[in-house]
Design a protein. Structure first.
Length: 81
């Protein structure tokens, strides 16, 4: 059984939760050894899970909120007809 990127991505959540068939787990692990894109997606998703589970609070630099909202507003105006 060989899996492709779509199959690996579809099973990613169950893989990270440890709720996956051992055969499929082995195939995903084999796939990410050779697929740089899927390996990056797996690492990024794992990092997001670690960060969201982290209770630490990070203070944003002064004015960040205002700059972010201004940038979002600018992007939305560019996309609107």
């Amino acid at each position: 059984m060989r899996i492709d990127c779509k199959e690996a991505w579809d099973a990613l959540s169950a893989y990270l939760d440890g709720e996956i068939d051992p055969v499929l787990r082995a195939e995903i692990e084999r796939h990410v050894q050779f697929c740089e894109v899927c390996s990056a997606v797996l690492d990024s998703t794992r990092n997001i899970l670690y960060l969201t589970a982290d209770d630490r609070v990070f203070e944003l630099p002064g004015g960040f909120r205002e700059r972010l909202h201004a940038h979002i507003d600018e992007m939305l105006q560019q996309d609107s007809p």
